[in-house]
Design a protein around this ligand. Structure first.
Ligand SMILES: Nc1ncnc2c1ncn2[C@@H]1O[C@H](COP(=O)(O)OP(=O)(O)O)[C@@H](O)[C@H]1O
Ligand SMILES: [Mg+2]
Length: 259
């Protein structure tokens, strides 16, 4: 396989700037992402770690095209996502699926779990039924959960629904943005196990965005360390956790109790 085909996602010199609405007429702005480049390879889980506010979610939003970057390019399987035509956009969009921190907020409150899942599956009615059953089993939900609304489920259950919904689209890239941060510690471990199962058994590539070192240690293959909009370095998980990174990486480890 050529090196080019090995790349699922390539982000080049990404820049995201938000205007600051300060009330006055000063043109203040926030540089949320500042010249970020990286590449996610086939079958890789690429982690981005950094403190809250350093720009992680803005990277995710740019890849998902929810935010218009002010500079740089994003290639998904060697195609510039900003140059998709509308037909490509419809098809390609499904291949990149996000799961966010706020599981219940990501689900439509007026839709039952069944409807949310049915909406996400691209198949006829009878196939949908079979697929839903498989997905439920896979993420560890019960058939009876299908008739519930998001507010009737726990945070962990809703996150399982979000994962099922993302997987329903059979994505090539899963973007996990703080997938366990809103959950109780006791539940976090179970969702991390589910994510490990997805990583190991699905033909899937994962971009894992987090400020949580524990989940990174379980899932990431390589880690980008982000500080104030910039990547300070990209290193293997082992190097990162063995204190082979630079000062900032080491300070993050110490901050989280690693020695
Ligand atoms: N829609 C927005 N408008 C203005 N500023 C924003 C917006 N989204 C994020 N920011 C700012 O951009 C910076 C990076 O935010 P974000 O990408 O959410 O970081 P992280 O996910 O690492 O916490 C922060 O200073 C944040 O306040
Ligand atoms: Mg964030």
């Amino acid at each position: 396989m050529s090196i080019l085909n090995n790349e699922i996602l390539k982000v080049e010199n990404l820049e995201v700037i938000y205007p600051l609405n300060s009330g006055g007429n000063t043109h203040q702005q926030v540089i949320a992402v500042d010249d970020v480049s990286f590449c996610l390879k086939e079958n890789e889980t690429f982690g981005i770690i950094g403190q809250t506010g350093c720009g992680k979610t803005s990277i995710a939003m740019s890849i998902l095209q929810f935010v218009q970057p002010s500079g740089g390019n994003i290639y998904f399987r060697n195609k510039n996502i900003r140059k998709y035509n509308s037909a490509e956009l419809r098809v390609e969009r499904r291949k990149i699926q996000p799961v966010f921190q706020d599981a219940s907020g990501s689900l439509n409150p007026k839709m039952t779990i069944r409807n949310s899942l049915e909406d996400a599956i691209f198949a006829d009615k009878s196939q949908k039924k079979v697929k839903i059953q498989k997905l439920l089993d896979y993420v560890g939900l019960k058939y009876s959960h299908l008739e519930y609304y998001p507010h009737e489920l726990s945070g962990g259950e809703n996150q399982r629904v979000c994962l099922a919904r993302a997987l329903a689209a059979e994505p090539e890239l899963l973007i996990l943005d703080e997938p366990v941060s809103a959950l109780d510690i006791s539940i976090q471990g179970r969702i991390i196990s589910l994510l490990q199962k997805i990583k190991n058994s699905e033909n899937i590539n994962i971009l894992l965005i987090t400020h949580n070192l524990k989940i990174l240690r379980f899932l990431a293959d390589r880690i980008a360390v982000m500080e104030k909009g910039k990547f300070t370095e990209i290193l293997t998980k082992d190097d990162f956790f063995n204190f082979k990174g630079g000062k900032y990486s080491q300070s993050l480890l110490k901050l989280h109790g690693y020695k």
